[in-house]
Design a protein around this ligand. Structure first.
Ligand code: HEM
Length: 234
């Protein structure tokens, strides 16, 4: 059971593209949101794209490949406690997908990013720019959402710094090549040592054609959302 497996496919092209597009769009949104010059139109369109990307990723968390499904990496307090205990005892548990702690960060990032783009849709500078759904909410709700939309980028920047730091700890201290895996999709591992090896023995995400149909449906939902946003007046 302890045979060495080289280059196990973990993250498919969709997950990798989605991750790096998220990085690009988030960076663009921070730059255009904080700049002195008026880049608001770009800010809006990048926000629309990020919202579509996030909607697709959330749906993929329910209907995507096993390793990307929320139920496989949300472990709850008991799983987290066990993971922490293993780390403290120096066992260095290896996961092919997200480890329980990384899973928590993924969920927090997805929720905060979604909140960020959704609050942006109803925010305004009260002078030139009005989010496409600004008129849809009450004044009170608009004020609260605009407040959150201003505050949360700094929280996100802090969390993303922790995310990058955690990846670096895995890279350099634990010698787990997570960054390479998010680029090539592949991890090198030894099956006897993998905590979530069951993922690859019994993939519960359905046959390839079923997965393909689900993926197309997910893409269609996110594309329709994007088209709808794009034609709204701003
Ligand atoms: C705007 C900045 C970023 C955001 C919002 C972000 C968000 C995320 C999310 C949501 C995931 C989960 C992927 C999925 O399951 O779909 C993830 C995973 C990952 N991210 Fe990032 N990320 C950011 C920046 C970075 C950067 C700069 C790096 C490289 C240093 C990085 C490296 C990784 C790696 C290696 C994983 C996989 C971790 C694992 O194997 O468990 N991320 N990130």
């Amino acid at each position: 059971m302890n045979q060495t497996i080289k280059d196990v496919s973990v993250w498919n092209l969709y997950i990798r593209l989605s991750h790096w597009l998220m990085v690009l769009l988030f960076s663009g949104l921070i730059i255009t949101g904080k700049a002195e010059e008026d880049y608001m139109q770009w800010h809006f369109y990048m926000g629309y794209l990020l919202s579509a990307l996030l909607i697709a990723r959330v749906l993929y968390g329910f209907w995507g490949i096993s390793v990307a499904q929320f139920k496989h990496f949300i472990k709850g307090p008991v799983g987290l406690f066990q993971y922490a205990k293993q780390l403290i005892s120096g066992r260095k548990p290896i996961y092919l997908g997200h480890n329980p702690l990384g899973g928590v960060m993924v969920i927090v990032l997805l929720i905060l990013l979604l909140a960020q783009v959704m609050t942006g849709l109803v925010s305004s500078d009260d002078v030139f720019w009005f989010g496409p759904l600004y008129e849809w909410v009450s004044d009170d709700l608009q004020t609260n959402m605009a407040w959150w939309h201003k505050l949360s980028p700094d929280i996100l920047l802090g969390l993303i710094s922790c995310h990058i730091l955690a990846v670096m700890v895995h890279e350099f201290a634990l010698k787990e090549r997570l960054l390479k895996a998010m680029v090539t999709g592949k991890k090198q591992s030894s099956v006897g040592k993998i905590e979530d090896a069951y993922l690859f023995k019994s993939d519960s995400s359905g046959s390839a054609p079923k997965q393909g149909v689900r993926f197309l449906l997910i893409l269609s939902v996110s594309f329709i959302w994007l088209l709808w946003l794009w034609q709204l007046p701003i």
